[in-house]
Design a protein around this ligand. Structure first.
Ligand code: NAD
Length: 485
């Protein structure tokens, strides 16, 4: 019998499901059991061409609609997503292995927020009037054209919406390629947008590995590329996009600092560290994986952290009591287990976890290392799994320098009850998305993105509009034209 997660076909192009089994088969594995639940096929060159030519053509009429009309469609799609939240959350759980306890509140709901927010903004994307004496200049905020979105595997619904909603609000069309690890959810986003009234060809989804992503990025019909992925992929995609002078948004990896001062509320700080390391089993780009704890509260912090981490419920992700799911794939599990071994070898002190959980599926115990030093591999490289490194520090000046000593710059957090210190420290941290006495909140109203190697551009908020549109300026002369001859 076909599994309920099996999509009707691999791709969604021009308002309908399209199949081409000539492409490389991509198995979809449920991370909680290791069983294959679906198969899709990578896009062949013919599918890539069909998606791009359809999106290019459809964009012209879409951009001519009023912003309010476009926005109404996006907001209708948001409503449908909310109505189907349970079904979409189950699919997200099949796609990623994340527990339903999380997916019910963080995925389709976050996607719906983006569709609603950008749907609301679509009617107010206007230009300026600039008086020049009796002459004047007006500006027009125009769509870029055809945008490509390429997703990572940790938030397949959210990423498809965070890219699609602002792109469509501005009058662009999109071809979205999900990660080959989680190909299912973006198809539902396309189906819902179509059901909500998006004209055929405005939002298309095609499957494939890096090769298909590469074909999209280098195609001359494409005007912009928005990637969520790792730094090495980001460098390749950025370079390929530059070759065609395309616009880019790069949402890449991180190794973010979370700084806890002696005067912080310990339970809130422990809660922040848990949210910043163990949500989605640690598979979150903005995680605060270098937890700097001031020496005065170190042992108290570690004791409370170990106690609360012990309350994590590992189990069937479809059981709403489960609070901690598996790694997305066997491969990712092995990468993370390799980092745990490195941590032990390099002399970090294991506080809890430190091994694969004794159950089917790709589960790793939530793991905390203390006495981590700046040069250890687990303190330098992005692990993308449930491995928290706790480092000690003495002074504010010292911790700021150490926090910034990384190629990454996605997020940073500070826990303290001294608000002048909180703002002073945040002001000096090299990161795009920061938190004071909190960690990992990502509301659609706030800009999200990184500095340094963690990325270029911003998603969410009004900032995203700037990255999915361009400004035309028009000088209007009221009098005669003077010329030298
Ligand atoms: P990845 O870099 O391996 O792949 C990302 C996407 O790029 C996939 O869809 C992949 O098929 C595609 N791709 C690979 N090579 C390509 C190429 N040469 N040209 C075009 N496309 C190509 O990343 P991943 O393993 O799927 O995801 C994990 C990474 O994503 C982590 O580093 C994580 O920090 C990052 N991430 C960042 C954010 C953010 O918003 N900043 C969010 C989630 C994940």
């Amino acid at each position: 019998m076909t599994h309920p997660a099996q999509p009707k076909a691999s791709h969604f192009i021009n308002g309908e499901y399209v199949e081409d089994t000539a492409g490389t088969p991509i198995p979809v594995i449920y991370a909680a059991t290791g069983e294959q639940i679906a198969t899709v096929y990578a896009a062949t060159p013919a599918i890539v061409d069909q998606a791009l030519s359809t999106a290019k053509e459809a964009q012209k009429a879409w951009a001519k609609m009023t912003g309010t009309e476009r926005g109404r469609i996006l907001r209708r799609a948001a409503d449908i997503m909310r109505e189907r939240n349970h079904e979409l959350s189950v699919l997200e759980t099949y796609d990623t292995g994340k527990p339903l306890q999380e997916t019910l509140v963080a995925d389709a709901t976050s996607g719906a927020d983006a569709l609603e927010y950008f749907g609301g903004l679509a009617g107010s994307l206007t230009g300026e009037h600039i008086p020049m004496g009796e002459d004047w200049v007006y500006t027009v905020r125009e769509a870029l054209g055809l945008c490509v979105g390429i997703g990572a595997w940790n938030y397949p619904t959210q990423i498809a919406c965070w890219k699609g909603a602002p792109a469509l609000a501005c009058g662009n069309s999109m071809v979205f390629k999900p990660s080959e690890t989680t190909p299912l959810c973006a198809l539902k986003v396309a189906e819902i947008l179509h059901e909500a009234g998006a004209p055929a060809g405005i939002y298309n989804v095609i499957q494939g590995m890096g090769e298909v992503g590469g074909a999209l990025v280098t195609d001359p019909r494409v005007d912009k590329v928005s990637l969520t992925g790792s730094v090495p992929t980001g460098k390749k995609v950025y370079a390929a996009a530059a070759e065609g002078m395309k616009h880019v948004t790069m949402e890449l990896g991180g190794k973010s600092p979370l700084i806890i001062f002696d005067d912080a509320d310990i339970d809130n700080a422990v809660g922040g560290a848990i949210n910043g390391n163990f949500y989605s089993s640690g598979q979150v780009c903005s995680n605060g994986t270098r937890v700097f704890v001031q020496k005065g509260i170190k042992e108290k912090f570690l004791a409370r952290l170990a106690e609360r981490t012990g309350n994590a419920i590992l189990g069937d992700p479809m059981d709403e009591a489960t609070s901690f799911g598996p790694m997305v794939t066997e491969n990712q599990m092995n990468i993370v287990l390799g980092y745990i071994e490195k941590g032990k070898e390099e002399g970090a002190r294991l506080i809890c976890g430190g091994a694969r959980a004794d159950m089917p599926g790709y589960y790793i115990q939530p793991t905390v290392f203390a006495d981590v030093t700046d040069d250890m591999t687990i303190a330098r490289e992005e692990i993308f799994g449930p491995v928290m490194s706790v480092l000690d520090f003495d002074t504010e000046e010292e911790v700021i320098a150490r926090a910034n000593d990384t190629e990454f710059g996605l997020s940073a957090g500070v826990f303290t009850n001294d608000f002048s210190r909180a703002h002073r420290v945040i002001g000096q941290l090299e990161a795009g998305s920061c938190f004071i006495n909190s960690y990992n909140d990502a509301p659609v109203e706030a800009p999200f993105g990184g500095v340094k190697a963690s990325g270029v551009g911003r998603e969410n908020s009004k900032e995203a509009i700037k990255h999915f549109s361009q400004v035309k300026s028009v000088y209007v002369r009221m009098g005669d034209v003077e010329a030298a001859f």
